[in-house]
Design a protein around this ligand. Structure first.
Ligand code: PMP
Length: 431
């Protein structure tokens, strides 16, 4: 039985918000533009469940877009942040907790000998690019179509028409010059990369890639693609930046680089390492990182970087992830969800395909598996929107866009997965 969602209070809150905040939100996707309707305004959350101001409770697969791998308001994280706050919320001076968080990161990511903490994933990637350019003394960047690395000028670019490699800014306000040094190549196409590198490889400072794409929906790298990136970087003296803002501590403790056995030159992190507080980090071997100020001449700084509340939440979170069997359990729960979605789709003959890597999952509204951005864009977005509304009405809170990852967390129970699958079968049938 689907009861109509009562969103009366959220509707009023949304109207009030729109008078004060641009589009009523502080990050565009929250406005539900791709799926329509009023975004529920959230009052609280606990474990895998999130409750809106009208009192509707949903099983949450947004997980704050990835950070809440332990579930919301985990007691260890709450206690750590409360204790840190009572000691003072920011000093702008060194603390031992920064070293402790950096140690947890470097133990999990051996390619990161030194770490710099920042305040968002965007800050991490833009700083990593600067560091790569400084280290190599070169300017050209390569990114892949459909990859998202935050709202960095040089990275908000999509491929031009036809075979043009240098594209156009995807946002107003970005000068053409800012993207003139960014080549955009198709994801999962090693040949396109090899061709580009044989022409211009010696001008390339770095390749930045989501090793498992999560921002065109979840798209796994095809066999040989990431290996080609590594090989081409080594052959031409370019640096490989693995953007693990989403995949870090998500697809394995040591991220995609551990899971896929890939060596990064520079790694960017965010999301989980802040336990739900604003964070980012980047790191590499000492020889690269020592180019940063105060040791080197590459400048990057932050008033609130390494903030004590963030480090407390991050340490409490990462400590839990080290528990024996954590990722095996997460894998099993996530597999059950993906397998169940496949079965539900078959039962009602819905033309959808689940894609999953670890606890990142997307239900593509496509009959065939998706391997790149062009295929992702060809999915049935209208049908996804109807499915999304159907799931919300049945108490399941999914990312409000067909091109996002759903995140399974340690607090999703068998019962949550069972209820989600029942809702999915009904919502697919009705969509
Ligand atoms: N890189 C990747 C892979 C991301 O998924 C994101 C955000 N979803 C970012 C960078 C930017 O992070 P933030 O939103 O914290 O700036």
């Amino acid at each position: 039985m689907v009861t109509e969602l009562n969103l009366t209070r959220s509707e009023a809150a949304y109207e009030a918000a729109k008078r004060r905040l641009v589009g009523g939100v502080n990050s565009p996707v929250r406005a539900f533009g791709a799926v329509g309707g009023t975004p529920p305004f959230i009052r609280s959350a606990s474990g895998a469940h999130i409750t809106d101001i009208d009192g509707n409770t949903y099983i949450d697969y947004v997980a704050s877009w990835g950070p809440m791998i332990l579930g919301h308001a985990h007691p260890d994280v709450v206690a750590a942040v409360q204790a840190a706050c009572a000691r003072g919320s920011s000093f702008g001076a060194p603390t031992e907790a920064e070293t402790e968080l950096a140690a947890l990161i470097t133990e999990a990511f051996p390619s990161m000998e030194r770490v710099r903490l920042v305040n968002s994933g965007t800050e991490a990637t833009l700083s990593a690019l600067r560091l790569a350019r400084a280290t190599t003394g070169r300017d050209l960047l390569i990114k892949f179509e459909g990859g998202y690395h935050g709202h960095v000028d040089a990275l908000l670019v999509s491929a031009g028409s036809g075979a043009a490699t240098f594209g156009h800014p995807t946002s107003a306000g970005i000068p053409d010059d800012a993207v003139a040094g960014t080549a955009v190549l198709p994801y999962n196409d090693a040949h396109a990369l090899e061709r580009f590198m044989s022409d211009r490889g010696d001008e390339v400072a770095c390749i930045i890639v989501e090793p498992v794409a999560g921002n065109m929906g979840v798209v796994a790298p095809v066999e040989g693609f990431l290996e080609a990136l590594r090989r081409e970087c080594d052959a031409h003296g370019a640096l490989l930046i693995l953007d693990e803002v989403m995949t870090g501590f998500r697809v394995a403790l040591g991220g995609a680089q551990e899971r896929l056995r890939l060596r990064a030159d520079i790694t960017t992190l965010g999301k989980i390492i802040g336990g739900g507080l604003p964070v980012g980090a980047y790191g590499a071997c000492a020889a690269i990182m020592d180019n940063l100020s105060p040791l080197g001449t590459t400048y990057q700084a932050g008033t609130l970087s390494g903030n004590p509340l963030v480090t407390a939440a991050g340490i409490a979170t990462l400590e839990r992830l080290k528990c024996e069997g954590f990722y095996d359990r997460l894998e099993a729960t996530s597999a059950r969800l993906a397998d169940g979605l496949r079965a539900a789709a078959a039962t009602v003959s819905a033309p959808v395909t689940p894609a999953r890597v670890g606890s990142m999952l997307t239900l593509f509204f496509s009959e065939r598996p998706v391997t790149n951005y062009a295929e992702a864009k060809a999915c049935d977005v209208e049908r996804f929107a109807r499915f999304h509304r159907g799931m919300l009405a049945r108490g399941v809170y999914l990312p409000p866009s067909p091109f996002e990852a759903w995140f399974v967390g340690a607090s999703h129970t068998e019962a949550d997965i069972g209820r989600t699958l029942e809702a999915a079968e009904a919502a697919l049938k009705a969509s």
